[in-house]
Ligand binder design. Structure first.
Ligand SMILES: [Fe+2]
Length: 403
């Protein structure tokens, strides 16, 4: 297919999805926020009449004092629970299949994910496997493949970044295929999200910063794409304002509970934005960096974000400028080009202030063909990006990241 026809095919695909999006079943979630709000969990479980919850977590988060306090409260209320705390930093097909066996053996009937995006995505993917016992995760890759209800799912994030508690997506890594892919389906949206800053208190500083930049990436990519809505634009603006206002404060003083609580809201709003209006080429280019080199998702996005925005050039100036003005990052009165350029400079300065580097030495020239293949496979035709990338565009950005 020649380039012009291929672009037309991508744009028709994206426009069709956008036009049907008002008909899609976005469920209103129950949202609970505030320090120590995780302790509302026993009451929610009782209200929902669940008999045996499966807690999906990792070995660090499960030991947090507030989580231990929660477990005592669950025992006091005679709520049965089993803990699967073997979620790895990037959930794999094997780790999720192991969780499925655990869930069945323990005779659980509901899921509570407590942790970063990895734990929440694991719980969603596990839910999909339970809903479709004869299907593999790979068969559910892509959009709208899961139609059956998954078990009742409550998501409690311990990082402020992925926004997974608000989204349709579960991102899974398959080391055998060297691929990181997403399962995007409406039944995966958790029924309840609990945003409790007590859980983010002990997060390492670098992870706090890079996950916040992931949330910023969600907000920006959703806003500058062609499928934003009034709702998603407002969510993007909220997330962007909060991140620029709060992340440097937290970087200087991690004990600022109110700022960490606001960052959880920013992450949630970023999730709401991109689950309606998609991410873009930053995510498409960064996912292979995680799959090939184990680079953490937030870091991969934080570093890749300014490179992609600069590459978009004039095609993204108008929307970048609009977001920068609405989020009060750049004062009004400047041209779109000037405002967008200043906004990108502010993002680079923010990365620098957060001790985030500008490129990756890990990227190897001989891997570029495969990285580009995966990046283009993710981005096109799905993501309604300002510029549809081809192989040369991806190569240029990966080369810039290698410098
Ligand atoms: Fe992300």
């Amino acid at each position: 297919m020649n380039k012009r026809l291929y672009h037309l095919y991508c744009r028709v695909f994206q426009t069709t999805l956008f036009l049907v999006s008002p008909l899609l079943p976005y469920k209103k979630q129950r949202l609970i926020t505030g320090a120590r709000s995780i302790l509302t969990l026993p009451a929610i479980i009782k209200e929902s009449h669940k008999q045996h919850i499966c807690i999906i977590s990792d070995t660090h988060v499960i030991t947090l004092p507030i989580v231990q306090e929660l477990l005592i409260e669950l025992q006091k209320e005679n709520i049965h629970y089993s803990i699967f705390d073997e979620v790895p930093p990037n959930p794999t097909v094997a780790s999720i299949e192991k969780a499925k066996i655990f869930y069945s053996e323990q005779k659980c009937d509901s899921l509570v994910a407590i942790g970063g995006g990895s734990s929440i995505d694991s719980a969603k993917a596990l839910g999909a496997l339970i809903a479709y016992p004869k299907k593999s995760l790979y068969q559910m890759k892509g959009i709208l493949k899961v139609h059956r209800a998954i078990p009742f799912l409550i998501a409690i994030p311990s990082t402020a970044g992925t926004g997974s508690e608000a989204t349709v997506a579960a991102v899974v890594t398959d080391p055998s295929l060297k691929e990181k892919y997403a399962i995007n389906s409406f039944p995966l949206i958790p029924k309840v999200a609990i945003l409790d800053s007590e859980l983010t208190r002990t997060l390492p500083l670098h992870l706090t910063s890079t996950t916040a930049m992931d949330a910023l990436t969600h907000a920006i990519e959703a806003y500058i794409g062609n499928s934003s809505t009034l709702y998603s634009r407002k969510a993007s603006i909220d997330a962007t304002t909060i991140i620029f206002n709060e992340i440097e404060k937290v970087h200087k003083d991690v004990n600022l509970d109110s700022s960490r609580q606001k960052l959880l809201i920013a992450s949630y709003r970023g999730g709401e934005a991109f689950t309606r209006s998609y991410v873009g080429n930053v995510h498409a280019l960064s996912h292979p960096l995680t799959a090939y080199y184990g680079i953490a998702h937030g870091l991969a996005n934080a570093v890749t974000l300014p490179h992609v925005l600069i590459f978009y050039g004039t095609k993204a100036h108008k929307k970048l400028a609009s977001l920068a003005r609405e989020a009060h990052i750049i004062e009004k009165g400047k041209s779109d080009e000037e405002t967008a350029t200043l906004f990108i400079e502010k993002i680079r300065a923010l990365n620098k202030a957060l001790d985030i580097k500008e490129g990756f030495k890990e990227i190897r020239e001989e891997d570029l063909g495969a990285l580009i293949h995966h990046a283009l496979g993710e981005a096109n035709p799905l993501y309604p990006v300002p510029v549809i990338f081809d192989e040369d565009d991806c190569r240029t950005i990966y080369h810039n990241l290698m410098k």
